[in-house]
Design a protein around this ligand. Structure first.
Ligand code: DGL
Length: 271
C-alpha cells in the first residue's frame, strides 16, 4: 500500500479528462495535478520549449513526493517521455500514448486508423511508429488539428464554431482515407468527443485518457502501491486559474473534496 498521490500533468485542462475514469476505477487514489494553463497550448511550440516546461513540472511533482507521474499530454509524451524517465529514475512515469497503441494492436481486424493531435504529436509519428511496430496490416493516418485546443481552453465546445472546426479538419480526412477508427490523440479532445460522434456516428473512437487508467492500475497493483484510506486531499494546480479550469474541476468533484491552487514558474525558456 502507498497512500502518496499520483502526479498528473498537462499543458492545461486536457489532462483532466482522465480523472473521472481514475475516480471510477481507483476511487482510493489521490492526485496532484498540474495544468500549465498560462502557457497552453504546447502543441505548436518548439520542442526545446516543451522540454523545458516538462522538466520543470516533473521536478515540481517529484518534490511533492508523488508515487507515479502520468504525462496526461500526448504532446509531452511524444517528445519527452524517455528524457523524463532518465531524469526521475526513482518514479514510474506513464505516458498517455502506449496504452492506446496497445489497444489498437489488439484489434482483430484490419482497420484504417486516423490519429488526430497537435502539430508536435503528429510530426513525431509516435502513434504510427508504435502501431507499425506491432501491426503491419493496420493503416495509420495522422492529422494535426491545432485550432481545437485554444477553442476548448476557451470553453468553445458545444456550438457551431466547434462544428465548423470539426468539419474543417475531419470531413475530407475521414472520407479520403476511409477512416473507421479515430484516436483522440490529444487529451483535450475527449471534451469534443460527443460533437465528433454526432457528425460521424459510425466512427469507433479510441480515447487514450480512459485507456491510461488501466495501465496506472496494473503498475500500482504489481508494485503493491495502490492507496487505501488516504487522508490526502487531491490538489489541482494551474499556472493560470482560468474560469474553465476551476469549473471543470467543480464538475468532476464535490467542491469540498479537493483544493485548487495557483502555481507558476519563473523561468528562462531558453535554459
Ligand atoms: N492536451 C495536450 C495533448 O494531449 C496538449 C495540447 C496543447 O497544449 O497543444 O497533446
Amino acid at each position: 500500500m502507498d497512500n502518496r498521490p499520483i502526479g498528473f500533468f498537462d499543458s492545461g485542462l486536457g489532462g483532466l479528462t482522465s480523472i473521472p475514469y481514475l475516480k471510477k476505477q481507483l476511487p482510493e487514489e489521490r492526485i496532484i495535478y498540474f495544468g500549465d494553463t498560462a502557457r497552453t497550448p504546447y502543441g505548436s511550440k518548439a520542442e526545446s520549449t516543451i522540454r523545458t516546461f516538462s522538466r520543470e513540472i516533473s521536478d515540481f511533482l517529484v518534490k511533492n513526493d508523488v508515487k507515479m507521474i502520468v504525462i496526461a499530454c500526448n504532446t509531452v509524451t511524444s517528445i519527452c517521455l524517455d528524457e523524463l524517465r532518465l531524469r526521475h529514475p526513482q518514479v514510474p512515469i506513464v505516458g498517455i500514448i502506449q496504452p492506446a497503441v496497445d489497444e489498437i494492436c489488439s484489434f482483430e481486424n484490419e482497420t484504417n486508423v486516423g490519429v488526430i493531435g497537435t502539430k508536435v504529436t503528429v510530426s513525431s509519428e509516435t502513434y504510427s511508429k508504435g502501431i507499425g511496430a506491432c501491426r503491419k496490416d493496420i493503416k495509420v493516418f495522422e492529422k494535426a488539428c491545432p485550432a481545437f485546443v485554444p477553442l476548448i481552453e476557451e470553453g468553445i465546445i458545444d456550438n457551431e464554431i466547434m462544428d465548423l472546426t470539426i468539419d474543417y479538419y475531419l470531413k475530407d480526412f475521414i472520407r479520403d482515407e476511409n477512416i473507421d477508427t479515430l484516436v483522440l490523440g490529444c487529451t483535450h479532445y475527449p471534451l469534443i468527443e460527443k460533437r465528433i460522434t454526432r457528425k460521424y456516428p459510425k466512427l469507433k473512437i479510441i480515447n487514450p485518457s480512459e485507456l491510461v487508467v488501466r495501465k496506472i492500475e496494473s503498475i500500482l497493483r504489481k508494485s503493491d502501491q495502490l492507496a487505501l484510506n488516504s487522508d490526502f486531499n487531491s490538489i489541482f494546480y494551474a499556472s493560470d486559474l482560468s474560469e474553465n479550469f476551476v469549473n471543470m474541476i467543480n464538475t468532476i468533484f464535490d467542491k469540498t473534496d479537493v483544493r485548487v491552487e495557483f502555481k507558476s514558474f519563473d523561468l528562462d525558456v531558453r535554459a
